[in-house]
Ligand binder design. Structure first.
Ligand code: SF4
Length: 170
């Protein structure tokens, strides 16, 4: 398995999607948005190496979990290293949500890429970078109004970004 660098995990998060979620904060993000909630996740050499097997066993051992969220940092900067973890989450029947500073259209552009492979495993993508001037503290699982909650299976079927109508998310 490729090594994965993470900033940390939260075992029972209620702020990264609906229900109790296991959230992985991936280390490394080149965007450096003004007002980023977590600049300590920027350095790709920072954080620590993830123990993916231990993470999976923690997830398997918690029947309260409704989903897993991979946030950052920028998950798609380590897409290849996340593939096996993401596949295991889907095998467990849990909802997989990904956050990205890139938009769906960029992530879906190259169907041969690891980024596309990772995207295709997701149920939900919260996309777009954080834009300080469009910050809205009233949004449930997003920071700024340019960001979208994307229904990934529907979007890949239709070949365009389809925004989620799932009331748990929006
Ligand atoms: S994309 Fe996210 S993690 Fe990266 S700098 Fe912007 S707000 Fe921070």
């Amino acid at each position: 398995m490729m090594s994965l660098r993470i900033a940390g995990v939260v075992g029972e998060s209620i702020t990264d999607g609906p229900g109790y979620r296991y959230t992985v904060f991936v280390q490394g993000c080149h965007r450096h948005c003004e007002g980023c909630h977590n600049p300590s996740t920027w350095d790709p050499a920072g954080g620590r190496e993830a123990d993916v097997a231990a993470m999976l066993s923690e997830i398997r051992g918690n029947p309260l979990l409704r989903g897993v969220t991979i946030s950052g940092g920028e998950p798609f900067e380590q897409a290849g290293a996340l593939l096996e973890f993401a596949r295991s989450i889907k095998e467990l029947g849990l909802e997989l949500a990904l956050y990205s500073g890139s938009v769906f259209e960029e992530l879906a552009a190259d169907t041969t890429s690891d980024r596309y492979a990772l995207l295709s495993l997701a149920d939900v993508l919260v996309d777009g970078e954080f834009i300080m001037a469009r910050r809205n503290l009233g949004l449930r699982f997003m920071g700024s109004e340019n960001q979208r909650v994307i229904d990934v299976p529907a979007s890949l079927r239709e070949g365009r970004a389809v925004e989620s109508r799932d009331e748990r998310w929006i």
